[in-house]
Design a protein around this ligand. Structure first.
Ligand code: PLP
Length: 408
């Protein structure tokens, strides 16, 4: 018989625990640099003006209803999502080598991909999934929950606070042939460190030579550099090189649609004479997995994103909103580096401006992280990651001084 008494207590999710501790803190100067969500210059959540506009349009539509979406989701959303990530002129789209399903945001897309691979990915050697060390912690849970075993490839260099490129190449080279390699397309979470285009080319070479399978996780397109094509470059390069791959795409950050759970999973087959029939078979299996997991995806966020993605005027407005968010974050990086250098805080701080996207790996030790929390009410994750979006004109001086005090 099932004995529920024997179910052990699971540890609290560290990030959500940190958020709760921040909420409980009553200090007026407290700073939240833990949460991975954009904040405006007043530390408030920001509804993108273009999203507000799309939302108003939807609400005014007398024909809007609450019917189920199809299993694969809203077709105009998934088609626009393909174009966004692959580029409208992508050979993969032209050759009908892509199948896409709308998912429960990026998490759901990673999960659907992991589940599909757990069932159908059968390389001749033992199959292993490789994550960067460190990575978005949920990768570990998602892939192990579907029964795939994982290892990591070194990624972050503690010395340079940049990419451990030799470590990446060496590990991918020595991995069993046909391993699944999870790659962050841009704005690596949690480090903010991305390979250069030249480094991506080398990574692609090793993946090709070792017949590995690339699994791209893209949660920050447009949000990182403000330029959608630039942030999509790595994926487009792999496609150009003829890889078979999959992509988990999130719209949480770049549309600010966090709670609406809009995302997309894409499977792209390699160019071949029967690529189209392969894609149809893959799509049929993905549909069964989707049906058993969620039946059909949530509609509202996808409707908003779809309206914007498919309307040139709204799209252009969205690009401006992306620049507002990425620009503010880049400004905060510059300001933080300058302030730490002015204070003479021990160490080098160029990594703050070298890194990109929402997060920065500061290099603060766990001890220093706890010290800034206790002394200055500044909340960051234990690994020293800060969300740049938590900083603003009003708190950046306070934050820099708090870091300075903890490091000195
Ligand atoms: N993948 C990475 C690397 C992320 O950083 C995130 C969000 O933090 C996600 C996926 C998925 O997020 P969501 O499920 O909110 O789209």
């Amino acid at each position: 018989a099932f004995n529920a008494d024997a179910v052990p207590q699971a540890p609290e999710d560290p990030l959500f625990g940190l958020m709760a501790a921040y909420k409980r803190d009553t200090d007026p100067n407290k700073v939240d640099v833990g949460v991975g969500a954009y904040r405006d210059d007043n530390a408030k959540p920001w509804v993108l003006p273009v999203v507000k506009k799309a939302d108003d349009l939807l609400r005014a539509d007398p024909n809007l209803n609450h019917e189920y979406l199809p299993i694969a989701g809203l077709a105009e959303f998934t088609t626009a999502s393909q174009k966004l990530i692959l580029g409208a002129d992508s050979p993969a789209i032209k050759d009908k080598r892509v199948t896409s399903l709308q998912t429960v945001s990026g998490t759901g897309a990673v999960h659907l991909g992991a589940l599909f691979l757990s069932k159908f990915y059968k390389p001749s050697s033992k199959r292993t999934v490789y994550f960067s060390d460190p990575t978005w912690p949920n990768h570990f849970q998602i892939f192990s929950n579907v029964g795939l075993s994982y290892k990591t490839y070194p990624y972050f260099s503690k010395e340079t606070r940049g990419l451990n490129f030799d470590g990446v190449i060496d590990t991918l080279q020595n991995a069993d042939e046909g391993s699944i390699i999870v790659l962050h397309a841009c704005a690596h979470n949690p480090t903010g460190v991305d390979p250069t285009q030249e480094q991506w080319k080398k990574i692609a070479e090793v993946i090709r030579a070792k017949k590995h399978f690339p699994f791209f996780d893209t949660a920050y397109q447009g949000f990182a550099s403000g330029d959608l094509a630039r942030d999509g470059w790595a994926i487009r390069y792999f496609i150009e090189q003829g890889f078979e791959l999959c992509i988990a795409q999130s719209y949480a950050k770049n549309f600010g649609l966090y709670g609406e759970r809009a995302g997309c999973f894409h499977f792209v087959t390699a160019p071949s004479s029967d690529a189209q029939s392969t894609v149809i078979r893959v799509a049929s299996q993905l549909a069964i997995l989707q049906r058993s997991e969620i039946s059909n995806p949530p509609a509202y966020g996808a409707r908003i994103a779809s309206l914007i993605l498919n309307d040139p005027t709204l799209f252009a407005e969205w690009e401006r909103d992306l620049k507002t968010m990425s620009g503010r974050i880049i400004d905060m990086r510059k300001a933080l580096r300058t302030k730490l250098e002015e204070l003479g805080t021990p160490g080098t701080w160029n990594h703050i401006t070298d890194q990109i996207g929402m997060f920065s790996f500061t290099g603060l030790t766990e001890e220093q992280v706890l010290k800034v929390r206790e002394d200055s009410h500044v909340y960051m994750t234990k690994n020293g990651r800060i969300s740049m979006a938590g900083l603003n004109k009003h708190n950046i001086d306070y934050f820099a001084k708090a870091v300075d005090k903890a490091v000195k």
